[in-house]
Design a protein around this ligand. Structure first.
Ligand code: ATP
Length: 213
């Protein structure tokens, strides 16, 4: 039997690259909710965490970092995002270095807010389904947009080529599958203002949800 109990409701926000996860998270945060971004944390840890840096250095060589200590993102991207089996192998290798400490961070943050008695916490993470983390969430929101919109946004924002953007998409679980697994889907194929409105509507539903254990 399912029992409704008091506790922190943990809601994941995920979706394919360029679908609008960060923008949705920003709107949720603007509405006053707590949003933890694991994608940002992953980027931060790759630069600040000695163990991670060391492992990346050993796996991919000294070119992985610039002389000022920043990550040589272009070099790493070229190694892990591509069509060959070697690229796929290197991506798994990078994930096996970065995911565990990011997951630890996620768990620690949730515990921290649980101890504080926080009723609701959102976690933005690109890899909820890829890393099979969905069991750790009470509900998951998938941000969805068409492949063309996502490609256009990524290439505009990052200068990444369309080819690489498509390859990166293919290395993730498809949006179709993610939407089937999701508890809620936010469609992001209109304007940013329309997206903001969809987020507000969804938050009116989400704020009344209970933890079901
Ligand atoms: P990534 O996986 O690369 O981190 P993401 O899913 O977090 O991407 P965002 O960073 O939120 O996606 O959005 C990608 C880009 O598209 C950003 O520059 C954002 O401002 C822009 N964007 C998001 N939604 C819209 C929209 N509805 N209309 C126009 N631009 C948008």
């Amino acid at each position: 039997m399912e029992v409704i109990q008091e506790g922190t409701l943990v809601i994941g926000i995920t979706g394919g690259i360029g679908c609008g996860k960060t923008t949705v998270s920003h709107f949720i945060s603007e509405l006053g909710y707590i949003v933890i971004s694991t994608d940002e944390k992953a980027k931060e840890l790759m630069v600040t965490d000695f163990n991670i840096k060391n492992k990346i250095f050993r796996a991919f060589g000294s070119e992985s970092y610039n002389s000022d200590g920043s990550l040589n993102s272009q070099y790493i991207s070229d190694l892990v995002f591509g069509k060959t089996d070697e690229h796929t192998k290197r991506l798994s290798q990078l994930n096996s270095i970065v995911h565990p400490p990011v997951i630890d961070y996620m768990i620690e943050e949730v515990q921290k807010y649980e101890e504080k008695g926080e009723p609701l916490v959102f976690i933005e993470s690109a890899l909820i389904y890829e890393a099979e983390l969905e069991e750790g969430f009470d509900y998951v929101i998938v941000v969805d947009s068409t492949e063309e919109n996502a490609i256009q946004r990524i290439t505009q924002r990052t200068g990444m080529t369309e080819e690489i953007a498509r390859i990166r998409m293919k290395q993730q679980i498809s949006q179709q599958e993610k939407k089937q697994l999701a508890d809620f889907v936010i469609e992001n194929n209109g304007t940013v203002d329309e997206l903001k409105q969809s987020v507000k509507t969804l938050m009116n539903i989400v704020k009344n949800l209970k933890v079901i254990k």
